[in-house]
Design a protein around this ligand. Structure first.
Ligand SMILES: Cc1cc2nc3c(=O)[nH]c(=O)nc-3n(C[C@H](O)[C@H](O)[C@H](O)COP(=O)(O)O)c2cc1C
Length: 169
């Protein structure tokens, strides 16, 4: 049985819900999964693999996600890691391609990290819940959306044991 950390960097909770879903799926397979906020300072000792999820805000991963990768640079370079980013709030190819581009660009800055899998999931937005500085007039007028595709999230989670090398014959 492998011990897998699922870390999430979220502002409004949609990324955490995806992290929970990924963890639940890994757990069903029999792995020990631990869902933790990326802001946690605890050491990563004892984990066999990691999944790191972070929301994209204004074309970059949120600060907690960037700090997490930098704070745990060494530990993460020594274990298999998968990464997911969130997430377009308009269902257009352009938004998904852009989000992936920004995620890749941001990950490229962590030279020691070589994720075994990277993906982008659609995001969720409830404009009535936005706080400063997100609650600007432009964002407040965006319609509510939830583009999280739970089937695609489960399928990705199911691909992780092999990608993370957790399958033992
Ligand atoms: C102010 C603001 C800026 C955003 N910028 C981006 C962006 O550049 N790229 C993107 O893909 N999604 C962007 N989003 C969408 C969020 O990533 C999406 O709502 C995500 O699900 C939020 O995650 P959270 O609920 O875990 O905080 C933005 C959302 C807000 C409110």
């Amino acid at each position: 049985m492998a011990s897998v950390l699922v870390a999430h960097a979220t502002k409004y909770g949609s990324t955490q819900e995806v992290a929970d879903a990924v963890a639940a799926r890994l757990c069903e397979r029999g792995d020990e999964t631990y869902v933790r906020p990326a802001s946690d300072n605890d050491s990563l000792d004892g984990y066999d693999a990691g999944v790191v999820g972070g929301a994209l805000y204004c074309f970059r991963r949120i600060r907690e996600g960037r700090r997490f990768l930098s704070r745990h640079r060494k530990a993460l370079s020594e274990m298999p890691v998968a990464v997911f980013g969130m997430g377009p709030i308009e269902d257009t190819d352009e938004q998904f391609v852009d989000a992936r581009k920004h995620l890749d660009k941001s990950l490229d800055k962590n030279k020691s990290l070589s994720p075994v899998a990277v993906t982008v999931f659609g995001g969720a937005l409830d404009p009535t819940r936005l706080r400063f500085p997100d609650a600007n007039p432009a964002m407040k007028n965006v319609p509510p959306s939830d583009l999280r595709d739970w089937k695609a999230i489960e399928t990705w989670a199911d691909s992780l044991p092999e990608a993370l090398g957790l399958i033992v014959d």
